[in-house]
Design a protein around this ligand. Structure first.
Ligand SMILES: NC(=O)c1ccc[n+]([C@@H]2O[C@H](COP(=O)([O-])OP(=O)(O)OC[C@H]3O[C@@H](n4cnc5c(N)ncnc54)[C@H](O)[C@@H]3O)[C@@H](O)[C@H]2O)c1
Length: 363
């Protein structure tokens, strides 16, 4: 089988887990990477045995790539995606798709015009505990979904709060920390849409701004099927979880400070998603790769395939590579990325206007 040639643009934190995951994908070969910081580039070239470029355009020009993984900060996703599309290269782009709806629409339009595929990097959809939960919901095991929730409250007070900074999100615009609404919550918006099989009808919320002091962020999503999605984040206070609420984690994850934790061992503050339905409820420990099912007659742990993070990045790439080979539509599209961004940005409008914001057709 001829392997697809993959190049990575941006070799920072997330590139490590993409590369680790891609080792499991038979359909591709990672041939090159581009990174602005020369020291980091040299380190990654040596570690991963790929060709290195400080100019991503030079890599696009020379490497005859089939797929470019866009792993730069969100503010550059549009520019990089459009250039890759001009070279006729299919794009897998990390979340958030972009920092404005106009940028996201332009990316989708450009890829369509150039005849290349665009896969939105919703890596949570490829976490095995989330996939199993989706399967159970689709089989009707929870009945109608009523409520989906995630909270992430922690940190070490405002002084130790880490903003992602203006190289990720333009100063004064929507942004904030790595476990906040825009950068992290956008994952949940996408998977809540996917799990419920419904669109968000209206939103109330508040989000942090790039390079500004942190606030408590929240997003209430009123889905068209009646379900409520609720996110609450604060990375600049202190956690109040009891030690007993931790879990042995099967996979790697990001902690409340945005640091990557290895898999295995005790995780005192594991990420988890609650899904409540008419007939039962699920607790998804997405990175710990564990799933619990609660209903009237019994409570049980549900078996989940043993492929925790970073295998979700493998499953994501495998899905995209197969769609490139078969000329199919990607499992997660640019429209999904655009819709998730629209919902997150509506939280800001809601707080500014002090109104519930209806979600209108976005294209
Ligand atoms: N799916 C997930 O679970 C997940 C986790 C973390 C980050 N992310 C996303 O991945 C993206 C990158 O995040 P990160 O944490 O790796 O950030 P990072 O700052 O660690 O790395 C980004 C890298 O891109 C490089 N870069 C910027 N512009 C470039 C250009 N024009 N050409 C070449 N290199 C360039 C920077 O020098 C930096 O090394 C963001 O969109 C982020 O939201 C996703």
């Amino acid at each position: 089988m001829k392997k697809l040639r993959v190049g990575l643009i941006g070799l920072g934190g997330v590139a490590e887990v993409h590369l680790e995951g891609y080792k499991e994908v038979d359909e591709i070969k990672v041939v090159a990477g581009a990174e602005l910081r020369e020291d980091r580039l040299n380190q990654m070239v040596e570690k991963w045995g790929i060709s290195g470029y400080t100019s991503y355009e030079e890599m696009l020009e020379k490497e005859e790539l089939d797929i470019a993984s866009v792993l730069t900060p969100a503010r550059s996703h549009r520019e990089v995606t459009e250039r890759a599309a001009e070279y006729g290269i299919n794009v897998l782009c990390e979340k958030p798709i972009a920092v404005t709806l106009d940028d996201a629409r332009a990316m989708i339009k450009k890829c369509s015009k150039e005849g290349v595929k665009f896969c939105y990097g919703s890596s949570y959809r490829f976490l095995c505990a989330c996939r199993k939960a989706k399967e159970m919901i689709d089989e009707g095991m929870l009945g109608d979904i009523l409520l989906l929730m995630e909270t992430f409250i922690g940190g070490q007070g405002p002084q130790k709060y880490k903003d992602l900074g203006p190289h990720h999100y333009p100063k004064g615009g929507p942004g904030g920390g790595g476990m906040g609404l825009v950068d992290h919550g956008i994952h949940l918006v996408d998977i809540f849409r996917w799990l419920t099989g419904s669109e968000v009808g209206a939103v109330a919320g508040r989000g942090n701004y790039s390079s500004m002091p942190p606030e408590t962020e929240y997003l209430t999503m009123i889905f068209k099927n009646g379900a409520i999605g609720q996110l609450i984040y604060n990375e600049a206070t202190y956690p109040s979880d009891m030690p007993v609420e931790g879990i042995f984690s099967w996979g790697g994850s990001w902690d409340i400070h945005g640091n990557l934790l290895p898999g295995g061992g005790w995780n005192a503050y594991p990420g988890s998603i609650r899904v409540h339905g008419e007939k039962g409820a699920l607790r998804i420990f997405h990175y710990a790769n564990k799933l619990f099912f609660f209903r009237e007659e019994r409570q049980e742990q549900i078996q989940v395939p043993d492929r925790p993070m970073p295998s979700n990045f493998a499953l994501q790439m495998e899905s995209f590579a197969k769609c490139v080979m078969k000329d199919d539509e990607p499992e997660v599209t640019g429209i999904d990325g655009l819709k998730a961004l629209q919902v997150v940005l509506a939280a800001y409008e809601s707080f500014e206007t002090q109104k519930i914001v209806p979600i209108k057709p976005v294209l």
